[in-house]
Each structure stands twice: as C-alpha cells, then as structure tokens.
Design a protein around this ligand. Structure first.
Ligand code: PEP
Ligand code: MG
Length: 763
C-alpha cells in the first residue's frame, strides 16, 4: 500500500488542476482499497434563496456513485455523517453506517445503501476544507492501515484545494462560474507600504525541481534557445573529453562523455524536450519534465550501474538549465515596476534583477523577521511574506498589489477593489512625502527627550538611503551580507575597503560592525554547513571562534579600516556565555596588537555583545560588566524565547516580539545593564516597529537601530508622544498577559495620537 500511496501522492501533486486531482484520488482510492465508493465533498459557501450564505459540503468527485450527481448532492454541516465528520473535524470509521443516528440516506445517488463507512476530514492548518469518504456495500470496519492511507491522501487534497482556492480555480471547479484569475492571498506583514507592480517570478535556486511552468507563444524562439544551450553543453563535453584523454589516457571517461554527447545530438531526449515546447511550455520546464521522464526510465532498471545513470541525466539537465538561464538573463525584458515573487528568496536574488525597478517583494515562505523582509525594509519597499497559497506558475507578468502592512497580495484587481487599492497607494505616497520632511529634525519627544536613531545595513548600497533619512550612525552592519553575495571569502584588503567606506561615510558618528553571523538561515554557498538544527547549531560567534583564521582576518580588516576615524564599534552575535565573550575579546586584542604593529596606532574599538539568546538575558549583568555596550537582537531573542522559527510561515502567526515574555526579557536586560552603567541599543526589528518603539522609549533605550525605510516612521512616532506617556504605556504593557493585549493597547495609543497611518494602509 505504501508504494501505491507514493504513486498517488506524486500524481496528485503533479495534476494540472483541482478537478483532475479530485478524480485521481477518487479512482485510485477506490481501486487500491477495493471499496464500492470513494467520494470527495468540498466545503463551499452556498447562498440560499434569502441571500444568506451557509457552509455546505458539495459532492465534487466520485467513483461508484452516480456521476451525474457531482455538484448536485449537498450536505449542510448538521446533515448526515459527512456533515458530522466536517463538524467534528475528526474521522469516523463505521462497520454499519446505517445504525449511526446521524446516518442520512440520499436518494438518486446510487442504486443501494452502503454500510461500511470511513469519512476523513480534509484539513489545512486547522481549517476544514472538505471530507473524503469511502463506502462499501457490505458491513466492514476499515483497518488502521486503511485509515492512515486515506488520512494521508486527505492531507494531499487539502493542499490542492487550498491552492485552487487561492488561484480562483476553486470557484470555477466548485461553482462552475467563469472567473478570471483575480484574487487575493493572505500571508504575513513583511515591510510596510502598499504598491502596484508587475510580478516577476524567480525560482528559489538552480535546480530542475525548482523550475516553474511558464507558457510561451514564440515556440521557435524557445526551441532556438534550447538548441543554443544544448550546443554549448555539447561543446563543453567535447572539450572535457579532450582534456581528460590528455590527462589520464583512459578510455572510460571518454565513453561517458561520448554517451552524453550522443544524447545531446538529435535523439529521443532532445526530441522529448522539443515536443513539450511545441505544446506551449517554455524550454526550462520542458527540460525539467523530459529529464524526469528519462531519469525515471533508468531508475527502474534492475542493473545497479544503469540505474545510477539516472543521476547522470539529472546532472546533464542541470548543465543545460544553467545555459538556458544565462541566455534568459541576457535578453530578459524587465517591466518598469517589478514585484519580485518566489519561494525561499534570498539576498542573492536581488542581484538577478535591476533593483532600481524593484517596488515590492512577495515570498511564499518566511515571515516578517526573515532576512528577506529585513532587506525589503532596508530598501523601503513593501513586502508580504509567507503567502503560501500563491500559484507561482501562473503569476508571471500579472499585475499585483502588495499590502505590506497586512501581508496581502492581490492579483489583477478590478472594479471597486482596484479603486480602493489605488486610493491607498495615493495616501501612502502622501505619507512618504510627509515623512521625508523629517530628515533633519531630531527624534525628540513632545517633552524634550532625544532618542538616537541608527540604521541597520547589509550592503554599502544601503548607505545612501541611510543618509537620506538622516540616520545618526550605523547601529548594525550585518557584515555577513557582503560575504553572502560573493563566491568565496573576501580577502582582508577587500573587507578593509568595504568597512572603511562605512566608517568614513559616518565618520563623526558611531558605526557598529557586527562580526560574521552566518549559519541558521544565513548560508554561505562556499562554506556549506549541513545540520539537523541549524538555528541551534554552528551559528555566529560559535563558528568564528572555531575558525580563528576567518575571525582574525575580519577583525584585522575592521581595525585597519578604522585607523584615524575612531568610530569603530565591534558587535559580537549569538553570545550565550561569558567565556565566548572573553575569547572573542582576546582575538580582538590580538588583532589590535598585530594591526598596530603593522600600520601604527589604531584606537581600541568599543566592544559590544548581542543579547539575542535567552541565556544572555540572564547573564546581562556579567556580559554588560565586560562590554562597552550591549545590543538587543529582538529577532533571534523572540525566536529563541518562544521556540518559534522566525522563517517558518506555519508558526509565523505565533511569532510576536510583543509577546509578554519577550517584553519582560527586554525590560530585565535594560534593568541589569543600567546597573552596570552599560549602554543599551536595540537593533532587532522591534526597534523599527512603531508599537515596539513606544515600549523601548518607555524603557529609556539609548539608541534604536532599524532599516532606513522604517526610520522616518519611528521618528514620527517619537516626535508625537511624550516620554512619560511611553513610560506609562510600558507599565501597562508589562501587566498584559497576552501579545494581543499589548498590541491592542499600543495600537489604540497610536490611533489616539493620529498615528494610525503608520501601522496600516490608508490615513
Ligand atoms: C536579531 O536577531 O535581532 C538581529 C538583529 O540579528 P539578525 O536579524 O541579523 O539575526
Ligand atoms: Mg540575530
């Protein structure tokens, strides 16, 4: 049964639409379980004659019942066993359904009553979407294995239905109405703002599996692209063959290269790619499917040598894909206003598009605290994260509207919705203009208390916007970003140049350079780390302490870059023990001595530890006693305190930096640091959240560091509130038991001061 299950799951995941997926499940389940009937009921809102809507289960696919009844049989949630399964959201397995009080006999549906009954709810993230039912003529109780088989398939159906709902296809399937692709999908807030743009969908990486479907009109151009790519790969193999023959004198490798070269000459492999292009698919997806088909043939061979050739075919396909991608990038026509859309996007994807045209970002994965969202905030463009239900294959070049406040993406809006969104975008533009006027004004509260406003940056290109918004220093330079966009570790000279530019640009202001913080969700392609629990693994300071050569190179570069400027602050990430801080300080002193010997006197930097791990919260006193400043990283602190992955959209709605536990921890850190007369900065995203900034003002944080895009908004908040009000709100927030209460309290406070436009779309 496991084999069957695997096959059905693959078929369902590949089915082109919901209708096909439903039919496949009904047919295959009926035959595998050898039952009389398999049916799928899907929950939809039905409007009655009084115009009231009712959730109704509608028969959408069946094998065994009268097929004419598809779309005709309806159950309310109070009706029959099917309704009961949906209402209880749990499976019901009955040997004789007719004996159950909820049993309801439906006429016309099939010839006779059925007795054996197994109904399984189709659930996606807690929401019941339908019911999968199997029935037998005879009395029969389904076994545990059969139950799990049906439950597994119901989970497959859940994602197919969710997907179809998001794309509007659901309405066509269930209501038979003729809707165009126009819909909204909800994810999580990523970066504030509302914007119209054209979707540019990028794959998550260079793998064949990640290639999306894309219909094409110009078939011959697509075929030309394919042949150019294939010829280029064939030339490379010819070259490799010659090189190898020269080195090894062996014939074995030549045989392999010859086999590849043969495959790339007109043959069944190339022909099968062409056929898919002729059916209207672009070359990359045609290649993906042809490779899968050919690899599957080899995989099924019993001869071990031959079955391993499947991997060769995939490698060959990946090589061709590289070439196709390179060609595509060269003659890509970019729309004027790009909304970048994809799954698992990262900083490196920004390099693939002209960033001056980028107006918004949408990711099907991640949350507001993912690094992609942080990057969008740095660029001051709206972002919606974790919008899991977007049909990426069908979005390319569609008009989309991103509401980054709520994390909502609207595709091809029309009518009154379009008018409403246009109004919001206009109001947003007014707000941005007003905020720009704050550039040279201080972040001073109504009762005269100043807050130092710093920016978080990751690339040198972030510095221009930082200056435009009037930042008073760099509060966090994520130095891993320049490492991430390179193909190898940057040299000491290269790093010195990068850091010097940052230190010089803000020469009379503090510049906090954080040492390399890779690991977790910040990979380096040239230093792969494979771990079961990367967020609890070799991250940040742990990694560089184990690699002094990487650490010392970076520290030397920072110190050299600071010569004569004296504004260098070195910040150490992921500190969880006093020993780590002391060891790191030891390396800083070693580097300082070396550099001073080489280039003359270099002023000692100010040294700070990040408080972003719960252990550090409880050691603030000891850490602060050994530091010049501490900086609270609320992103990781929230993640580790709440045990919620900051990038996982499944749990993202529970990730909240306003959680009372997080606020208590931040308050304790402030108290313990103040007792040591140690300065406190906050550089996590809470500092750039208008609600969070009020609390931090109440806590008398010394400086707030945030994305350049957030800075004017926070300045506006600070300029419109008094320190004493902020302290009062903090006191009330510390009494709250729920994040939602804290949020309601602070939202009301901002609305009362006319600052609601900072936390939602519209004035
Ligand atoms: C943080 O964790 O809050 C932080 C500022 O660091 P990063 O987001 O780069 O992990
Ligand atoms: Mg962090």
């Amino acid at each position: 049964m496991l084999d069957e299950l695997r096959k059905i799951v693959t078929e369902v995941s590949k089915s082109p639409d919901l209708r096909t997926a439903l039919d496949i499940i009904a047919q295959r389940v009926r035959s595998v379980l050898d039952v009389s009937v398999c049916s799928v009921y899907v929950l939809a809102e039905q409007t009655d004659e009084h115009g009231l809507t009712e959730p109704t289960l509608i028969l959408q696919a069946t094998e065994g019942l009268n097929p004419d009844m598809v779309g005709q049989v309806h159950f309310g949630l109070e009706e029959g066993l099917v309704g009961l399964v949906a209402r209880r959201a749990e499976l019901i397995n009955l040997e004789n359904a007719a004996l159950h009080p909820a049993f309801k006999f439906v006429d016309n549906i099939g010839e006779e009553p059925y007795f054996g009954f197994l109904g399984v709810p189709i659930i996606h993230r807690g929401e019941v979407l339908g019911v999968l039912v199997v029935q037998t003529r005879e009395c029969r109780r389904f076994s545990d294995d059969q139950e799990s088989f049906v439950v597994t398939l119901a989970t497959q159906l859940a994602s197919a239905i969710r997907h179809a709902r998001a794309s509007g296809e659901f309405d066509q399937t269930v209501d038979q109405s003729d809707l165009e692709l126009a819909f909204s999908a909800r994810g999580l807030p990523g970066s504030p703002g509302v914007v119209f743009g054209t979707a540019v969908v990028l794959d998550s990486g260079l793998s064949l599996e990640s290639v999306i479907d894309q219909p094409v009109n110009d078939i011959s151009a697509e075929k030309d692209a394919l042949h150019t790519a294939i010829n280029a790969v064939r030339d490379e193999f010819e070259q490799l063959k010659n090189d190898f023959a020269g080195i090894t004198g062996s014939q074995d490798e030549n045989l392999l290269f010859d086999a590849f070269i043969m495959m790339l000459k007109a043959g069944s492999f190339v022909r099968s790619i062409e056929q898919r292009i002729e059916q209207g698919q672009w070359a990359q997806a045609a290649l993906r499917d042809a490779v899968a088909e050919h690899a599957a043939v080899f995989e099924q061979m019993s001869d071990a040598y031959l079955s391993e050739r499947a991997q060769d075919i995939r490698d060959l396909g990946t090589r061709i894909l590289h070439k196709l991608r390179a060609e595509k990038a060269e003659d890509q026509q970019w729309p004027e206003n790009i909304v970048l859309v994809g799954r698992d996007l990262s900083a490196s994807h920004f390099a693939e598009i002209p960033t001056e045209k980028l107006v918004g970002v949408v990711s099907t994965t991640g949350s507001g605290s993912s690094h992609l969202a942080i990057l969008a905030r740095a660029l001051g463009i709206p972002a919606a994260m974790g919008v899991a239900d977007l049909p990426l294959n069908r979005l390319s070049h569609k008009e989309v509207v991103v509401d980054g406040y709520r994390g909502i993406v609207t595709v091809s809006p029309r009518g009154s919705l379009r008018e409403e969104l246009t109004r919001l975008v206009e109001e947003e533009a007014e707000l941005t203009e007003e905020l720009a006027g704050l550039r040279d004004k201080p972040a001073r509260t109504l009762d005269g208390v100043d807050m130092a406003m710093h920016v978080n940056i990751g690339l040198l290109s972030d510095m221009a916007p930082s200056q435009t918004v009037g930042a008073e220093g760099i509060g966090l330079y994520r130095t891993e970003v320049p490492f991430q966009i390179r193909t190898q570790f940057p040299s000491e000279e290269e790093q010195t140049r990068i850091y010097r530019e940052a230190l010089e640009t803000f020469h009379d202001k503090p510049v906090v350079l954080r040492t390399l913080d890779v690991g977790g969700d910040k990979p380096l392609s040239y230093f792969p780390i494979r771990e079961d629990n990367p967020f609890l693994g070799w991250r940040g300071i742990r990694l560089v302490l184990d690699h002094p050569e990487i650490f010392l190179t970076q520290l030397r570069a920072m110190l050299k870059a600071s010569k004569g400027l004296n504004n260098l602050h070195i910040l150490l990430p992921m500190i969880s023990a006093v020993d780590e801080l002391e060891q790191a300080k030891g390396f800083i002193h070693q580097a300082l001595e070396e550099v001073s010997e080489e280039i003359g006197f270099v002023a000692p930097p100010r040294i700070g530890a990040m408080i972003e791990v719960p252990a550090a919260v409880y050691q603030t006193k000891n850490l602060a006693a050994r530091c010049d400043f501490i900086s609270i990283g609320t992103n990781d602190l929230t993640q580790y305190l709440l045990a919620i992955d900051r990038n996982n959209e499944r749990v993202a709605s529970r990730y909240d930096a306003l959680h009372p536990a997080v606020i208590q921890a931040i308050a304790n850190v402030h108290r313990d640091a103040a007792n040591q007369q140690c300065e406190v900065a906050v550089c996590g995203e809470l500092a750039g959240d208008p609600l969070g900034a009020v609390l931090l003002l109440g806590l008398k944080t010394d400086s707030l560091s945030m994305s350049a895009g957030s800075l004017p908004r926070i300045k506006w908040v600070i300029r419109n509130i008094t320190q004493s009000d902020a302290e009062d709100l903090l006191k009330q927030a510390l009494e709250c038991e729920r994040a939602s209460d804290v949020r309601a309290l602070l939202t009301a406070a901002l609305e009362a001061r006319g600052l609601g436009g900072l936390i939602r779309a519209g004035r």
